[in-house]
Design a protein around this ligand. Structure first.
Ligand SMILES: [Zn+2]
Length: 319
């Protein structure tokens, strides 16, 4: 895809405006019909020399560029800098050196640092696209390892109920796709259903256990329930994907994780879900395109990126 495998290749590729154009148009307007990001009108013409489109609806600021409506919009830096920077941020496993980025992009180190910071911030929230297809929702409790605590802390913590220190975590997993986890204040209907609606596309197949809090989702989802008091799997109705995820998560936590402060927990959850959602079967190109789709607000599923190669469209006639 795009024929890019290294940062150097990304820099060379995106130094050509036609390549930035092809990629951004492909992501933002996949049917090829460019529409105004302000009003949605397709009555636009491309002004090649200025590299902007003009909208004819008659509103203020009728011109827009490839960057308008993305996190790049208010930056004076061009896509020839931003796109390679994104490439590096999403694909560099051991963190990114702003010195290296500055040298390669020909910007100051301060600028490079700012770019990397902004890109990471934009990518941090995984909730840009909705989960779809077959989706599992489940909760678990984490924490409460009172025996590892200092005695004075333990006295403060142990209240007799045994669950006071436990933090409820909700997970939503698209089979073959992403997982999303959130610390929740309780397991009431409004909380759990709110999370489902926030993350899952209407019409998706939704599998949960028989917890009453999930009752009432059938109006929006193909909701099927497995009653864990009776059985754990009924055909495709199960939450085993999440059960596996929880056991991995808890294995990672035990040993190192003693404190049950929610603040540390959700950082850990984010780190784990990022790792899970960026597994090895996703190559650098796919990871880059996924990241870019988040930044431009275009919805692409994990399956789109891994199951089927996205072909770069032919370069447009721009001069
Ligand atoms: Zn317009």
């Amino acid at each position: 895809m795009y024929g890019i495998n290294t940062l150097q290749e990304a820099i060379i590729h995106f130094s050509k405006y036609e390549n930035c154009y092809a990629l951004m148009v492909h992501l933002r307007w996949p049917d090829g019909k460019v529409s105004c990001p302000y009003c949605g009108s397709e009555r636009v013409t491309y002004l090649a020399k200025a590299r902007v489109w003009k909208c004819y609806t008659g509103h203020e600021k009728p011109r827009f560029s490839l960057k308008t409506g993305t996190i790049f919009e208010d930056s004076p830096l061009g896509l020839d800098k931003w796109l390679p920077a994104l490439w590096l941020v999403v694909n560099c496993k051991n963190g990114i050196s702003s010195c290296e980025l500055a040298r390669d992009l020909g910007v100051t180190q301060k600028t490079a640092w700012f770019m990397a910071h902004r890109l990471r911030f934009a990518l941090k929230d995984g909730g840009f696209s909705l989960l779809s297809g077959e989706v599992e929702a489940d909760e678990t409790f984490i924490g409460g390892k009172a025996r590892n605590m200092h005695v004075s802390k333990r006295k403060r913590r142990i209240t007799g109920t045994g669950t006071k220190d436990k933090i409820a975590v909700m997970g939503i997993l698209e089979r073959g796709g992403e997982v999303r986890t959130t610390v929740v204040s309780n397991r009431r209907k409004s909380v759990l259903q709110g999370e489902v609606r926030k993350h899952v596309e209407a019409g998706a197949a939704l599998y949960t256990d028989a917890l009453l809090s999930y009752e009432g989702l059938a109006s929006q989802y193909a909701h099927q329930v497995v009653d864990h008091a009776v059985e754990y799997v009924s055909g495709c109705v199960h939450t085993n994907g999440l059960e596996n995820y929880w056991s991995l998560l808890k294995r990672g936590i035990s040993g190192t994780y003693v404190s049950v402060e929610p603040f540390h927990l959700f950082r850990y959850l984010d780190e784990q879900s990022f790792r899970y959602n960026n597994r090895k079967d996703m190559n650098d190109s796919a990871r880059f395109t996924l990241a870019l789709s988040k930044i431009t607000g275009k919805r692409l599923t994990y399956r789109h990126l891994t199951g089927k190669e996205l072909e770069a469209p032919p370069a447009p006639a721009v001069n």
